[in-house]
Write a protein that binds this ligand. Structure first.
Ligand code: DX5
Ligand code: ZN
Length: 219
C-alpha cells in the first residue's frame, strides 16, 4: 500500500530546534502537519502565522495547516499568504463550510474539513464533494500524546464510504493517537494520510519511527 503516507505533526517537535527536527523527517515524508490553536475552540495555544512563514522559507514540503480556531474564516487569507499548501478548518467552527472551502480554493490552496469526535461523522456528508482533504480527528483536538479513541476506526470507515459514495477525490487523513499499535486499524478503515506527532518526534530517531509506522500500516 504505497499510497499511505505519514504527515508528521510538528506540535511534538522541539520548537527550539524546529528546522533540525523537520530535517530529521524530511527523507521519509512529503508533507508536514501544522496545528494552529487559539485557546478558544480548543483549550490550548500553539503557534501561528510567523512560525508558518518561517517554515515555508526553509522547506518545500507540502504544508497542511490545521486550524483549531473558533473563527477560521477570518484568517484564511492570512494562512494562505503565510505559505500553507492546504488549509483545514473544523466544520464545528462555521455555519457555512462550503463558503470557506471555496474561499480557500480561491487563494489557490487545497481545502480541507476536519471533524471533532463529538460531532456525528455523517455531518461531513454535504461537504466531502467539495473538499480536497477530510481530516477525521481520532482524539479530542487540543493536545498531542492522547489515546486513539475506541470508536475512531468506525468513524474513519464511515468517512471513507461517504467520500467514495460521491466519487470525491478527497484525501482521507486521520489525526491523533496514531502509533505502531493503532496505525493498522486506521489504514484498514480507509485512512490514507496519517498525522503523527508524539509517535514520530518522541522517538530519538524520527525517520526510523516513520518507517516503522509505515511498516505496521501495511502488514
Ligand atoms: C491534536 C492535533 C494533532 C496532534 C497529534 O489536536 O491536531 O495533530 O499533534 O498528536 P499525536 O500524534 O501525539 O496524537
Ligand atoms: Zn492536527
Amino acid at each position: 500500500m504505497s499510497n499511505i503516507e505519514v504527515s508528521p505533526s510538528i506540535l511534538s517537535a522541539d520548537f527550539g530546534y524546529l528546522m533540525r527536527d523537520i530535517e530529521k523527517v524530511s527523507p521519509v515524508c512529503n508533507r508536514l502537519h501544522l496545528d494552529v490553536m487559539d485557546g478558544q475552540y480548543v483549550n490550548n495555544i500553539s503557534f501561528g502565522l510567523p512560525v508558518i512563514r518561517s517554515i515555508r522559507m526553509h522547506t518545500n514540503k507540502i504544508l497542511d495547516t490545521h486550524l483549531m480556531v473558533s473563527d477560521p474564516e477570518k484568517y484564511l487569507q492570512d494562512f494562505a499568504d503565510a505559505g500553507s499548501d492546504s488549509i483545514i478548518f473544523h466544520i464545528e467552527c462555521t455555519e457555512d463550510p462550503i463558503r470557506l472551502l471555496r474561499k480557500i480554493k480561491s487563494y489557490g490552496k487545497k481545502a480541507g474539513i476536519s471533524i471533532h469526535p463529538d460531532t456525528p461523522i455523517e455531518a461531513i456528508e454535504p461537504f466531502v464533494s467539495e473538499s480536497d482533504i477530510v481530516l477525521v480527528m481520532t482524539v479530542r483536538p487540543g493536545f498531542g500524546g492522547q489515546k486513539y479513541l475506541p470508536d475512531a476506526s468506525k468513524r474513519i470507515s464511515v468517512a471513507r464510504q461517504l467520500i467514495d459514495n460521491c466519487s470525491s477525490s478527497a484525501i482521507l487523513a486521520v489525526d491523533g493517537g496514531i502509533n505502531t499499535s493503532t496505525v493498522q486499524s486506521a489504514v484498514q478503515a480507509g485512512a490514507k494520510v496519517l498525522v503523527c506527532g508524539s509517535s514520530v518526534f518522541d522517538n530519538p530517531n524520527p525517520e526510523i519511527a516513520i518507517r516503522e509506522l509505515l511498516k505496521c500500516a501495511t502488514v
